[in-house]
Design a protein around this ligand. Structure first.
Ligand code: ATP
Ligand code: MG
Length: 173
């Protein structure tokens, strides 16, 4: 029995994440998806709440025929303790997948098998690029699963992303 963890911020969950997760799902029995920087929202690089990201991911993966646990993970800003923090918040897991070299390093040092999946169509499938497309009113829906586009529209995410880009120059609320 292999239970694996995949971590990302998913601002938003897009077809690159979806491709990788479907690939990983073929290699494992159960999947945990950790939503990083869970406390962040309503910022240009982190527009969506953890709850909204849970909804995007669970909707997009509703046809997965294996158990999937979607767990928000807040930042603790203390790298040496981060693996323990993640382990305290998630079901027990045997390996981790991440594209973030720091995440890979921290789990490797803690003795957990850590893998870096290959990037898939990264030229277009990147959270930053998709947020920019939404901001610039360019086509973006084809870069996310259908269910994610639906959630973004349901929560009025498009006008939120545009409003967040209008900085009053103060740098705070
Ligand atoms: P952002 O631009 O906001 O950082 P992102 O597209 O990099 O968004 P993240 O949530 O930061 O997405 O990344 C989560 C995980 O998904 C990371 O491990 C990242 O390397 C991986 N990832 C992101 N885009 C792709 C892609 N196109 N193909 C495969 N993996 C991807
Ligand atoms: Mg990223």
């Amino acid at each position: 029995m292999i239970r694996a963890l995949y971590i990302g911020r998913f601002q938003p969950y897009h077809n690159g994440h979806h491709y990788v997760i479907n690939h990983i799902a073929r290699e494992v029995d159960e999947l945990i998806i950790g939503i990083g920087s869970a406390q962040m929202s309503h910022e240009p690089s982190d527009p969506f709440t953890a709850g909204e990201r849970v909804l995007m991911i669970t909707s997009a993966l509703h046809e997965m025929n294996k158990p999937v646990y979607v767990i928000p993970l807040e930042d603790i800003n203390r790298n040496a303790l981060w693996v323990s923090h993640v382990r305290a918040m998630t079901p027990p897991f045997h390996r981790i997948y991440s594209g973030n070299p720091l995440v890979i390093r921290l789990f490797h040092e803690a003795g957990t098998e850590a893998f870096t999946p290959a990037m898939y169509e990264r030229a277009t499938l990147s959270g930053t690029k998709i947020r920019n497309r939404i901001l610039q009113d360019e086509p973006w829906e084809k870069y996310v699963p259908l269910q994610v586009a639906r959630v973004i529209r349901e929560i009025d995410g498009i006008s939120r992303i545009r409003a967040l880009s209008q900085d009053d120059g103060d740098g705070s609320c």
